[in-house]
Ligand binder design. Structure first.
Ligand code: SAH
Length: 339
């Protein structure tokens, strides 16, 4: 038996063809899965013999929600997967729409010094179906239309590229979730060859790069991936992506007190960006008692912001959605495991 939510429209059409059906049956079935949310093939308007056959071959997902924390601005879901592993999802409720932050792996191997997700080493990649189900469940449970997806929950999406690409395909399917390319953002710590692969792919979504340091010496310490792909090749890839997509790239920069937050760092960051088409998203560090890092003070953040502005770099500051419900990566899972 296979999970139906693992199959893109293309793959499902191929399957139908392989069993002697018309590919176009997918035009009936796919909207039934993703618009009408059927969970039994009998409910689809196809002949009984086909629905019986499908029932023998496929099932409709198997993640269960085991915890949910809500606040005015964000809801956080904890899911148990079929093998007992856990995955987290956050629904961010902005005035301008609902965005979902999807996890892509159980644990993470990138080892960023300040990130709680990485405390648990990668156990396995999430399947496409498990990402699709995060989206399905949150849509149903919240009763809201999801307007955008941030692929920036737990895990490194470019370390699970194929399954993430198929998930994007399904999220974009027009008679289903119908989420446009411009409303999907993938965040990576900077796996350079995969950034090129994404730029050539069928769905080159918006790219966000977790930068967090403006020089190799510091970035090597904070983010081990930098030792493999340092800033110079990373920025070549970023330039390539923005010119091939003709869109600006987001550079995420989490403010770590006394580590990466001086005016000097801001100037280095401005020089590093130069004329590349990027803007900086300044993120407040969300710390917990177990963390050795702290968030920079408000004044320090503002001074950092000013230097970037004076150097004509585009800057935004992420609102602190989710902080009140431990929205930062890996926290709900960690709380649950501590219980
Ligand atoms: N692996 C991907 C996506 C997951 S992390 C990546 O590295 O981009 C999503 C973002 O949250 C990254 O920018 C990450 O550096 C940041 N982050 C991790 N821990 C954080 C914390 N405690 N507070 C604020 N941001 C954090």
């Amino acid at each position: 038996m296979r999970d139906i939510y693992n199959l893109t429209y293309e793959k499902f059409s191929d399957y139908l063809f392989s069993i002697g059906e018309k590919r176009s049956k997918a035009d009936i079935l796919f909207p039934a899965f993703y618009r009408d949310n059927i969970t039994d093939f009998k409910e689809a308007s196809v002949k009984d013999s086909l629905s019986l056959l499908l029932k023998k071959e496929f099932y409709f997902g198997e993640i269960t929600c085991i915890d949910k924390k809500c606040s005015d601005s964000a809801d956080k879901y904890l899911f148990k997967l079929k093998d007992g592993n856990l995955a987290e999802t956050v629904l961010m409720k902005h005035e301008y729409g609902n965005n979902i932050c999807v996890s892509t792996q159980v644990g993470c191997n990138m080892g960023c010094a300040f990130c709680r997700s990485g405390r648990l080493k990668k156990v396995r990649n999430l399947e496409t179906a498990e990402m699709v189900e995060q989206l399905l469940y949150v849509t149903k449970e919240s009763g809201r239309k999801i307007d955008g997806i941030a692929i920036m929950g737990i895990g490194e999406p470019l370390d699970n590229y194929e399954s993430v690409a198929d998930f994007i395909d399904i999220a974009m399917y027009q008679k289903g979730f119908d989420i446009g390319l411009k409303h999907i953002t993938l965040s990576t710590c900077g796996i350079v060859p995969k950034i090129y692969e994404l730029s050539e792919s069928r769905n080159p979504v918006n790219l966000a790069v977790s930068l967090h340091a403006p020089n190799d010496e510091l970035r090597d310490r904070l983010m081990p991936i930098n030792r493999k792909y340092p800033l110079s090749p990373l920025f070549e890839a970023i330039r390539h992506y923005s010119s091939s997509r003709n869109r600006r790239i987001t550079l995420e920069y989490v403010m770590l007190k006394g580590i990466n937050d001086s005016k000097e760092h801001a100037k280095q960051l401005a020089d590093l960006i130069g004329d590349s088409k990027c803007y900086v998203n300044i993120i407040r560090y969300n710390s917990s008692e177990e963390d050795s890092f702290e968030c920079s003070d408000f004044d320090t953040i503002m001074a950092f912001y000013d230097v970037l502005k004076k150097n004509k770099i585009g800057v935004t500051m992420r609102r602190e959605l989710g902080a009140s419900i431990n929205g930062a990566c890996g926290q709900l899972r960690a709380d649950y495991m501590n219980k």
